[in-house]
Design a protein around this ligand. Structure first.
Ligand code: DON
Length: 575
């Protein structure tokens, strides 16, 4: 383990944990982490991937709303100011922590249309035709966001739909000034925007990509949001909005019907929870794979002395990768929508299963993924956005929602003004054939009418000594699971503060492909060489994920908000 340099020691004295910096990570990474401090607030905090949405949330909290009110307002605001990812054309998951200690899970994931079938993305020879599940109206699942946000508001909110939606309607109608972070995201799909006149009219500036300082106005979306504000989910699922979506779907060879919208429902359910040392992780159950996979990985890791090995060390990287390899093999084999398959959650999270998997991990050698299978003894069976909110009364909300790719299928139905998801690609198009996130999945996640595709979204709460300690989550497809894991472990095991944890270069291993993905700055050449000698394969990618997290510091009682450096338009704000 490398010793602290003199400058790091100075930062440590300034309040940054020395354990966080006592790692083998490259010196430049340690120096950057030494400077990373979270935003502090005494009462309440909102962290989201777009600053205007965070400000909307803080204002709702200051006006007396609770965390659920703020989550509804931030959700709608993100649909306007973060149109790649925030949405009303997609779905997601909400974790709620109530001040009385209750933890709840709300599932507003999209459902497959009634005409969907297991082989719909294959041609007559059984070959998967990729663009069908990502770029066409056949890729669209029935959106859940509008019903989800309303279900949360009605059950636990205190404010009217008008109070919570007006900020989003105003931002859409009056427009907002684009910053570099917004422009970076918009420019990723300028060519696609140009293909559809109704999209180009909104998301291109007279046919040209928007630039920093331009104002983006979305009058069509303002109108759609006003209809929802006035008539509630009825407008979306049984009224003019569903009608426009179905007409566009028919015109473009999609499967959506009015009946699909009328049949759509959201679901409150029990979260998944597990212990790691003196922490309790409370996260999303299926149709999310997130909570189960984070928990299974932590159950395997529990006895290993990660805190002694340190962040970025050979032993930590090796052991975390081996645990992830095994947990993802189970994820991809067993998990699916609980309305359709029996998820063996108790078995996957049992001490016996963790012990059995641990016994196959060698200290000094990588196990090839080809040798790992999801093999329970009994068969029981780049885009998204996350925001975290804690209010002054002790309620908290953790939401991840998505239209899958940045801007989903890149198409908008008529003049509804919002992008449609391509969530159908999260299903298994064919067992053994990877989806867009390289996930090689099985039958449990095959396409069926009315089924929800298995998700990796993992909005998560962590308790310590019975009290709320962390609220976290991220986009990033399959990498969401390991980003959430690192968000937690970087603080719990490696002693980082919340901002260091969010900023620290990441790693990701998902069983197949048999590679550890790394961000620059995680490994020194020497550590990497040693891990390669042990049989690990590496693929460096510039960056992924956008962890928007809050830590409630038990020592000071202060809220530590951390916007991910990878989302420069995001903001942690509180009061
Ligand atoms: O639900 C899922 O797992 C994916 N649809 C999430 C997609 C995502 O995070 C894309 N962002 N980079």
């Amino acid at each position: 383990m490398a010793l602290l340099g003199a400058s790091s020691a100075a930062f440590a004295q300034a309040g940054v944990s020395s354990r966080a910096l006592d790692s083998t990570a490259p010196p430049t990474t340690r120096a950057a982490l030494a400077k990373a401090e979270p935003v502090l607030a005494k009462h309440a905090m909102v962290v989201s991937a777009q600053h205007l949405a965070s400000e909307v949330g803080v204002q709702i909290l200051k006006d007396g709303g609770n965390a659920i009110d703020a989550a509804v307002a931030v959700g709608y605001a993100l649909a306007v100011v973060h149109p790649c990812c925030g949405n009303i054309g997609g779905g997601g998951f909400m974790m709620v922590h109530l001040a009385d200690g209750k933890n709840l899970f709300l599932d507003f994931r999209e459902k497959a249309p009634g005409k969907a079938s297991p082989t719909m993305f294959q041609d007559d020879n059984g070959t998967v035709i990729k663009p069908r599940s990502t770029q066409t109206y056949q890729a669209v699942g029935i959106p859940g966001t509008v019903m989800g946000l309303e279900a949360a508001r009605v059950k636990y909110g205190t404010m009217s739909r008008k109070q919570l939606m007006q900020p989003a309607i105003d931002l859409a109608r009056k427009g907002y000034e684009l910053q570099q972070g917004d422009i970076n995201i918009l420019h990723t799909r300028s060519d696609d925007f140009a293909k559809h006149p109704n999209v180009a009219k909104i998301f291109l500036n007279n046919g040209k990509p928007y630039q920093v300082g331009d104002t983006l106005k979305q009058p069509q979306l303002a109108k759609t949001l006003s209809l929802i504000e006035k008539d509630g989910p009825k407008a979306f699922y049984r009224g003019p909005i569903a009608h426009q979506l179905v007409m566009a779907s028919i015109e473009h060879g999609g499967l959506l019907s009015m009946q699909d919208f009328a049949d759509y429902s959201v679901q409150w359910d029990e979260p998944v929870s597990c212990k790691y040392r003196d922490y309790t992780i409370v996260s999303t159950p299926p149709p999310s794979s997130g909570g189960v996979t984070v928990c299974e990985t932590l159950q395997i890791l529990d006895p290993y002395p990660l805190e002694k090995w340190g962040y970025g060390s050979v032993q930590s990287v090796h052991t975390i990768a081996e645990a992830e390899r095994r947990a993802f093999a189970d994820r991809n084999t067993y998990l699916g929508d609980p309305a359709f398959v029996k998820n063996p959650i108790a078995t996957l999270l049992s001490a016996d299963h963790a012990e059995a998997l641990r016994s196959t991990i060698e200290d000094d050698k990588a196990t090839p993924s080809s040798e790992i299978k999801g093999n329970l003894a009994t068969d029981e069976g780049q885009h998204t956005t996350h925001f975290s909110i804690v209010d002054a009364k002790g309620n908290a909300v953790s939401v991840t929602f998505t239209i899958n790719y940045l801007f989903g299928i890149g198409q908008i139905a008529g003049d509804t003004g919002f992008f449609l998801n391509n969530e159908m690609d999260d299903f298994t198009s064919k067992p053994g054939v990877p989806n867009s996130f390289g996930l090689v999945q099985g039958k449990a996640n095959q396409i069926e009418p009315g089924k929800r595709p298995l998700s990796s979204m993992s909005p998560t709460l962590v308790m310590r000594d019975g009290k709320l300690w962390m609220v976290t989550g991220s986009p990033g497809g399959s990498t969401i699971i390991t980003t959430v894991l690192q968000s937690f472990l970087n603080v719990a095991a490696f002693g980082m503060n919340m901002q260091q944890s969010v900023n620290a270069p990441r790693m990701h291993m998902q069983w197949l492909p048999d590679v550890i993905m790394t961000e620059p700055g995680l490994l020194t050449p020497a550590v990497k060489a040693q891990l390669e000698d042990m049989g690990h394969h590496f693929h460096e990618r510039s960056s992924w994920g956008a962890d928007e997290a809050i830590l409630i510091n038990p020592q000071t009682g202060m809220l530590e908000g951390a916007n991910d450096r990878r989302r420069p338009s995001g903001l942690a704000a509180g009061y």
